[in-house]
Write a protein that binds this ligand. Sequence first.
Ligand SMILES: Cc1cc2nc3c(=O)[nH]c(=O)nc-3n(C[C@H](O)[C@H](O)[C@H](O)COP(=O)(O)OP(=O)(O)OC[C@H]3O[C@@H](n4cnc5c(N)ncnc54)[C@H](O)[C@@H]3O)c2cc1C
Length: 533
Amino acid sequence: MRLRLHQIKVRLEYEKPDITAAVAKILGCPESELARLTLLRRSIDARGHAKPRFVLSVDVDYLGDAEPPFAPGRVVLAPQEPTPLSRATVSRPRRRPVVVGAGPAGLLAALTLAEAGWKPLLIERGADVRVRRHQVETFWQEGALDPESNVLYGEGGAGLFSDGKLTSRSKDRGAVRQLYELLVACGASSDILIDAEPHLGSDALSHIIPALRERIGELDGEVRFHSALEALYIEKGALRGFRLSGETEVETDRCFLATGHSARDIYAVLAENGVSLAAKPFAVGIRAEMPQSRLNVAQYGHWATHPKLRAASFKLTRKPGKTTRACYSFCTCPGGTVMACASSAGQLTTNGMSYSGRSKPFGNAAMLVPVGPDDFGSSDAHPPLAGIAYQETMERAAFAAGGNDYSLPAQAFGDFLRSRPSTQLPDARSCTRAVPANLIELLPEEVADTLQRVLPRMLKELNGIRPEDVLLYGVETRSSSPVRIVRDPSTRQSPSLRGLYPIGEGSGYTGGIVSSALDGMASATHAITEGVA
Ligand SMILES: Cc1cc2nc3c(=O)[nH]c(=O)nc-3n(C[C@H](O)[C@H](O)[C@H](O)COP(=O)(O)OP(=O)(O)OC[C@H]3O[C@@H](n4cnc5c(N)ncnc54)[C@H](O)[C@@H]3O)c2cc1C
């Protein structure tokens, strides 16, 4: 019988025979009664003062005659192998479907459609990965922004220059596994199949994304870069096509809109065409950077420099208090870099990224405070878009505070707590194009006040981190979408525009690389299995 075992604890230096020995001990059988041992999951237990250990889950064939010591959550029968998602090819639609945006959601939607023989057209306003990397380097070094191809726009979407964490809360483990296996087939390390906190890094993504795109081409999909959706053509409540940049027109009755949440012009186009939109809560704040060596000590104590331990991550949360809002860490980038992000001239926001080795001397995380429609004020033209205006106010202020050249405003933690501008920044920091500023002036009062009150206590939880170790950058405004493009849960289409499938982070229904990619796969699969020609 095939068994699944959890909570197998092994030393950091473990080899495969150590796992077999541990499994045999748990099952109380000789190792000769075990076969086909498969490692499913690996996490680190660094709690307490004991030496950290790996905690594993495995599947194994048990060949013994005695009843195994079943125990819920520890030793159970292995579930049946999930059957792969059906790729039943249905009749192709009369007009080819169009996917707009080549981020995680758009790429996976296009690949799913291409695998079903639907020959999708994938359009992307930015450049391919190779050209885009060059453009982004120039932006970071000289502040030269291309509003069509930048840190947020272009092949790979916002996910390209990211930490590449593949964390997912999806309950559909089969779909997650399918996605991870696809990424491995496109060049990702097979570690992502077992690590509890899988991570790719921006360098790895730069190879994986073009390999994914090539698959779409091999399956007769077409990918067009430097091509932006500009206007919709609608007839009797149904999509008929659109105008692309360069006055090109495309006829289609099915569009998978995967434009991400930075494409504010698209929300305006949708609003003008009467597509149902709703304002949604999100979170804003600052990005905090700390020495990675101290974070490693905070997490791993005495064993911080052990070669088997990776750069330590952290998670901090604070519930709302009587006079403060909630606060939480977001998008932690161990051994990473704080970076400037912009997709519109004169507006600046910050974020964090890392490479696969996570070997840079600093770790960073956003520290965010939730905000919602009550904070946004009113937007005369289109009320659901008020959250965008709220973001833009902060981003314009950050651009000005950075010296109007896309340098990031930054502040020593102590100065932030005292609401006084920093006059100089430490030479040792990850983002070299940063200037001293007063971040308090850039944040809405409700956010600044909470951060000043709760951050000292939250950072204290990271044992050994001193206030003088912490450098803050601002402002972090694009944690998730401020707008939802309403969709009908049964058809996955807009209830106000037939044929429009809003997918990914820009739809307001997902956040992060994995959930956005799965969303693209799910909506494309839905359209295919509906089989409407
Ligand atoms: C710096 C940074 C670090 C991040 N780190 C992580 C992380 O570690 N883990 C994680 O899970 N998530 C991370 N995220 C979030 C993650 O990148 C997003 O959740 C994800 O990329 C959303 O995918 P998407 O396909 O929905 O949209 P996007 O990735 O935003 O892609 C949208 C695409 O649409 C294109 N587009 C926009 N408008 C048009 C138009 N009119 N016509 C044609 N094309 C258009 C854009 O150019 C873009 O390529 C990070 C984000 C950033 C910015």
